[in-house]
Design a protein around this ligand. Structure first.
Ligand code: PAF
Length: 290
């Protein structure tokens, strides 16, 4: 596996590969990899095929963290990440430092004007601008045919799909299903920062989503379903509920009245200083028996 620290190095590597016509699939990450990330690498390999190339990036992007967020304390372990990527057969990793990515004179940002303002965008102003800008830069540096992102960051995926479409980026955006621990907690690099008591309490997010999935096909309204989910979360005294939203799964538009189309339940809950998100797409009619 090639480890590239500079734009020049990764571009040179990819230019060689491109000359053979092999597709290049990118998996952008902020490192501290877990099984959820490794499932993204496997999806990338499946898309790239035997002849194609899988490139991961590891970069804890400062511009997507607010002033009082956890940029400094975000977990990092590059040596372990490289071992994991090697064992997944990743062809190259782009792991630049901040100065390599951001020119101090830079003036240009990328922003999805509406999607970036709602939901997580309201709780974390500027977050999606940071994400869209750094992903655009990664696309411009690596010029992948496709890029894989986890569905756990549902709104991020919607932002990036919209951005790639609106700006004709020509990069296929692939969503990868959420990976969960045995007790249902969605895998996240932040989970290691939960205290033992908070770690024991955190599966309440998955429990609330399981219950909502069962209630969704009963003709319930979105606002009643939201109240149930919030009550389940608030039943856990260690959880500080930041937001519970039920939106159209395709457009993220608000829903009035009973569910008539697939809806996504989006949760943001803090445990101490650790901010967790989770989501589930639910259906107004029960899935058909095979
Ligand atoms: O999902 C993440 O890890 C980050 O938001 C991303 C897409 C790598 C951009 O920094």
């Amino acid at each position: 596996m090639q480890i590239c620290r500079t734009k020049t190095a990764i571009r040179a590597r990819i230019t060689d590969w491109r000359s053979t016509g092999a597709p290049v699939v990118l998996v952008p990450t902020m490192g501290f990899l877990h099984d959820g990330h490794l499932s993204l690498m496997r999806l990338a390999r499946a898309r790239a095929g035997e002849q194609g190339r899988v490139v991961a990036s590891i970069f804890v992007n400062p511009t997507q963290f607010g002033p009082n967020e956890d940029f400094e304390s975000y977990p990092r372990d590059e040596a372990r990440d490289f071992d994991l990527l090697r064992s997944e057969g990743v062809d190259a990793v782009f792991a630049p430092d901040i100065a390599e990515v951001y020119d101090p004179q830079a003036q240009t940002i990328v922003e999805t004007t509406e999607l970036a303002k709602v939901l997580i965008g309201k709780l974390r102003p500027g977050h999606f601008r940071g994400v869209a800008t750094v992903v655009t830069k990664l696309f411009n540096i690596i010029r992948p045919d496709a890029a894989v992102f986890g569905e756990k960051d549902y709104q991020q995926l919607a932002v990036l799909r919209t951005m790639a479409r609106d700006l004709d980026m020509g990069v296929e955006i692939i969503g990868a299903p959420i990976q969960r621990e045995a007790d249902g907690l969605a895998m996240s690099s932040r989970n290691v920062r939960l205290s033992p008591a908070d770690r024991a309490a955190a599966p309440v997010l998955a429990r609330a989503l399981d219950q909502a999935e069962i209630m969704a096909p009963t003709g319930i309204t979105a606002s009643r379903l939201r109240s149930h989910v919030r009550a389940t979360l608030e039943g856990e005294p260690r959880a500080r509920v930041q937001s519970v939203d039920i939106r159209d799964a395709a457009t993220l538009d608000t829903i009035a009245g009973p569910l008539t189309r697939p809806a996504v339940i989006l949760l943001a809950v803090s445990f101490g200083k650790v901010f967790l998100i989770d989501n589930r797409v639910v259906h107004p009619t029960p899935p058909e028996e095979p």
